[in-house]
Design a protein around this ligand. Structure first.
Ligand code: GLN
Length: 312
């Protein structure tokens, strides 16, 4: 799907309809409050935008509002980890199976498997953070995030970061459990600190569209032609986003939307649609699984109207 001039009116109409569907769905959701700073978000905020490889852009609503990327950072850290350490090393420390459990669940990690189910849930991302912590600095990852999102203004959201540190005991518990099993081998506080910082990076829906575009464009920034992820690794990344990116709603999202995507409890969703087309969404009212309620409704409409389902 490219945003060609001939199709622009049609695409803009689809986005306007999706925006209305999202607005209608938003009241069924609630903003996250288990990280107190996230409860300050405006529950009515909503924005969707898309960017194609020619730089053509459509956007509607709150597409430049800053919010913390939260679990969407798991896409960045997985990308960095497989590029730096390689597939075999990464996936001997974390699996790639959908967990079917909540994003912060600890149950199967304790009772069923020693390795985290996948890198898109907290346990997996904490394991990835531990592997990165001794190999790369937060500043390097911040630069990576800025380039990957075409957004030099991405910064650490200090209040969200402090809030995560103060209330992150469940994540520390996951890290201690991983350490007790001999999987996590680095310092717990250093690992959690990197995980919390990455969750607290401030992005916009526009930056997420840029990120989705690089992923959908085989890991290459189409404007600079710089490759960030190898073809093999971006294929792995998209597969894991497709099967695990929307927590325990990933199956439903794959069936109804059919686009590799990742959500975060800050209200963001990044989608890497074919075309290549990057789609970024902000809507902090979350469904019971932790995905933007407005964003999921909007994506169902966009995907069916623009034939974006990968099996269409
Ligand atoms: N920082 C959040 C947490 O660790 C990220 C979770 C999410 O976005 N689902 O709980």
């Amino acid at each position: 799907m490219a945003i060609k001039n001939a199709d622009r009116n049609f695409i803009e109409r689809v986005f306007e309809e999706a925006y209305q569907k999202g607005l209608s769905a938003a009241p069924s959701g609630h903003k996250a409050d288990y990280i107190p700073e996230l409860a300050k978000a405006d529950e009515n905020a909503f924005g969707i935008c898309a960017m194609d490889k020619n730089g053509e852009f459509v956007g509607i609503g709150d597409i430049d509002t800053r919010f913390s990327m939260q679990s969407i950072s798991k896409v960045l850290t997985l990308s960095a980890a497989i590029e730096i350490m390689g597939f075999d090393e990464v996936f001997s420390n974390v699996m790639f199976e959908p967990s079917g459990d909540g994003f912060n669940s600890i149950v199967k990690l304790d009772t069923v498997s020693n390795l985290p189910y996948n890198p898109m849930i907290n346990a997996g991302a904490i394991q990835i953070a531990s592997m990165l912590a001794d190999n790369v600095s937060f500043d390097n990852l911040l630069d990576f995030a800025r380039e990957f999102c075409h957004d030099s203004k991405i910064e650490l959201n200090e209040p969200v970061y402090r809030s995560e540190c103060e209330t992150g005991d469940r994540n520390r518990a996951i890290a201690y459990l991983l350490k007790s099993k001999g999987v996590l081998k680095t310092d717990i506080e250093k690992t959690c600190d990197l995980y919390f910082k990455m969750c607290s990076l401030n992005v916009t829906a526009r930056s997420l569209a840029g990120m989705g575009l690089i992923i959908s464009n085989d890991g290459v920034n189409p404007f600079t032609e710089r490759r960030y992820i190898s073809h093999e690794n971006v294929r792995t990344l998209k597969s894991i986003m497709f099967s695990c990116g929307m927590y325990d709603r990933s199956g439903e999202f794959s069936v109804k939307v059919g686009v590799p995507a990742k959500s975060g409890v800050g209200g963001g969703i990044v989608c890497a649609a074919r075309g290549p087309l990057g789609i970024g969404i902000y809507g902090p009212a979350l469904d019971c699984k932790g995905n933007s309620a407005a964003g999921v409704a909007a994506m169902e409409h966009i995907s069916s109207s623009l034939n974006l389902h990968i099996f269409d």
